[in-house]
Design a protein around this ligand. Structure first.
Ligand SMILES: Cc1cc2nc3c(=O)[nH]c(=O)nc-3n(C[C@H](O)[C@H](O)[C@H](O)COP(=O)(O)OP(=O)(O)OC[C@H]3O[C@@H](n4cnc5c(N)ncnc54)[C@H](O)[C@@H]3O)c2cc1C
Length: 482
């Protein structure tokens, strides 16, 4: 351990004598905390110390105490550890600030106040008896911070916008150690910057989000075969480009491969479908639910509560698996999306034998109505204009079992992504936006927001963090690097 980091830890112990600091000497607790990331790429990193603040005051004390060590000591901010980007929420030989003990959910003036250590599942359980919904993660196990500061797609996004667009107030510890609020009236430049700017400005301790009246929804999964995929893409593009497209749908179309299903042979297709009203078999979903032939015994479409729908999505809620995401955004164009799927299937052949392989080519649309919500709700920094919509985000998601396959899986994903990008570009359908939550280390999501937004973010950073603490001492994620 370097002298500087041991001095920083001693300083923390002095400032906060009861601080919950976990070092590798407490082997069992340390292992359990460090192994609780979704991705093994995060758990591969071994921080010198894991700090679990018990209150926002302890977060503020941490930031103040660490100030003199900036340049010598680095830290990471972790919520639920569900983002697979290596090093975004953990740090080698530094201090990981694990927010899981910051608990509390309350409703005030129609807004739900959520402490940074909560999970979306707990928020939904809290809101359900009140007949309320909120734009949050589609899985109960996801944390608040990654989604609410980096965009965030929810079941309700077509109607309500990005998750970050629905944050009415961030309570945040900035570089000075001060706890401030960022909302439409106070520190509004920081409020907008945090709507997409990630962990570049401080540690958010509480998120206040707009709620809305919400009952159960018609939701579930439909499994079918590859020959029907082009027609499903055509139906998706038709719905997205229709002048009276429904704002109640959230549609995800995938080609997937899993050894457990496919046994080395063929891919299978999956529609994850949500109609956010309690209407059985609504016409807007019919083209996707009625696809034939389908694996009828695996069809899960039914009326579900928000908690149930988000629980169904938590299947991938395990920890410490090898797991990576990459993504690209394109216009809603049938040929681009169909050829993209063919490219992915071709490249998949080279890794089908990797142990425990489970992967997908997943299409998640950003309807025009979603993009229109941004300005109506105060703006964000993602750089997406309704006039460029509808957009489809193409997510390449891969899970596998053994570290020895890392390089060839990364190679497969990079090759597929590059060819999909080139294909979209050649057709004039490429959109520069990269979704932060699904980006890999060499995909600079922040710069994909465009020069003007990056400049705006740099100005906010200089104002609230003049010495660039969150640029240099907190390197995880995508940085402004002023
Ligand atoms: C099963 C599953 C379902 C998913 N569903 C969705 C979905 O519905 N929609 C979607 O858009 N994405 C989804 N994702 C992606 C995932 O939710 C994101 O990657 C998200 O960032 C994870 O959030 P987290 O808070 O757990 O992040 P972590 O991995 O803990 O952190 C992610 C980043 O956010 C920063 N951060 C976290 N909290 C704070 C804070 N309080 N202050 C400052 N910075 C902070 C961290 O420093 C880190 O850089 C899903 C992923 C999985 C595995």
């Amino acid at each position: 351990m370097s002298t500087k980091i041991s001095q920083a830890i001693s300083a923390l112990r002095q400032t906060l004598p009861h601080a919950h600091l976990v070092t590798p000497e407490a082997a069992e607790e340390y292992q359990s905390l460090n192994n609780s990331y979704l991705s093994g790429f995060e758990s591969d990193l071994t921080p010198t110390c894991i700090f679990l603040p018990q209150s926002k005051k302890e977060v503020a004390a941490f930031v103040k105490t660490i100030q003199p060590f900036v340049g010598d000591v680095q830290f990471a901010i972790r919520a639920a550890g569900r983002q697979p980007l290596p090093g975004c929420a953990n740090i080698q030989d530094g201090i990981t600030v694990d927010l899981r003990s910051l608990k509390g959910i309350d409703i005030q003036d129609g807004h739900v106040q959520i402490a940074a250590g909560e999970l979306w599942g707990s928020v939904y359980e809290y809101l359900e008896p009140h007949g309320l919904g909120v734009t949050g993660g589609k899985s109960t196990t996801c944390g608040i911070g990654g989604l609410a500061t980096q965009g965030g797609l929810s079941f309700y996004s077509t109607r309500e916008g990005f998750i970050c667009d629905n944050v009415v107030n961030f309570e945040v510890v900035v570089a000075s150690g001060e706890i401030i609020n960022a909302n439409a009236e106070e520190n509004s430049d920081l409020w907008v910057a945090l709507r997409g700017g990630g962990n570049n400005f401080g540690i958010v301790t509480r998120f206040d989000l707009r709620t809305f009246k919400q009952g159960p929804m018609y939701a579930g999964m439909v499994w079918y075969y590859k020959p029907s995929f082009p027609d499903q893409i055509a139906a998706l593009v038709k719905e997205l480009t229709s002048p009276d497209a429904s704002v109640e749908t959230h549609l995800m179309l995938s080609i997937a491969y899993a050894q457990v299903f496919s046994n080395g042979n063929d891919v299978i297709c999956l529609n994850q479908l949500y109609y956010t009203q309690p209407i059985e078999d609504p016409p807007a979903l019919a083209p996707f639910t009625h696809v034939q032939p389908q694996r009828a015994e695996m069809n899960t479409m039914k009326i579900q509560t928000l908690v149930q729908a988000a629980t169904e999505q938590s299947g991938a809620g395990q920890s410490m698996i090898r797991c990576l995401y990459m993504n690209v955004s394109v216009k809603a164009d049938i040929e681009t999306l169909t050829t993209g799927g063919d490219i992915w299937c071709e490249e998949l052949e080279s890794v089908k034998d990797a142990a425990g392989l489970m992967c997908s080519y997943t299409l998640q649309p950003y309807a025009v109505s979603l993009l229109e919500s941004t300005n109506a709700k105060g703006g964000n920094v993602l750089g997406l204009d309704p006039s460029s919509g509808p957009i489809v985000n193409v997510l390449l998601l891969t899970y596998w079992k053994e570290k020895k396959d890392d390089e060839r899986i990364i190679g497969f994903m990079r090759r597929a992504l590059k060819r999909i990008e080139q294909n979209a570009d050649a057709r004039g359908q490429l959109v520069p936006y990269i979704y932060w939550n699904y980006a890999f280390s060499d995909q600079d999501a922040l710069r994909s927001y465009g020069k003007e937004n990056v400049q705006k973010l740099q100005e906010v950073s200089k104002k609230y963090d003049p010495n660039g603490m969150f640029q240099t001492a907190c390197p995880g994620g995508f940085k402004l690097c002023i």
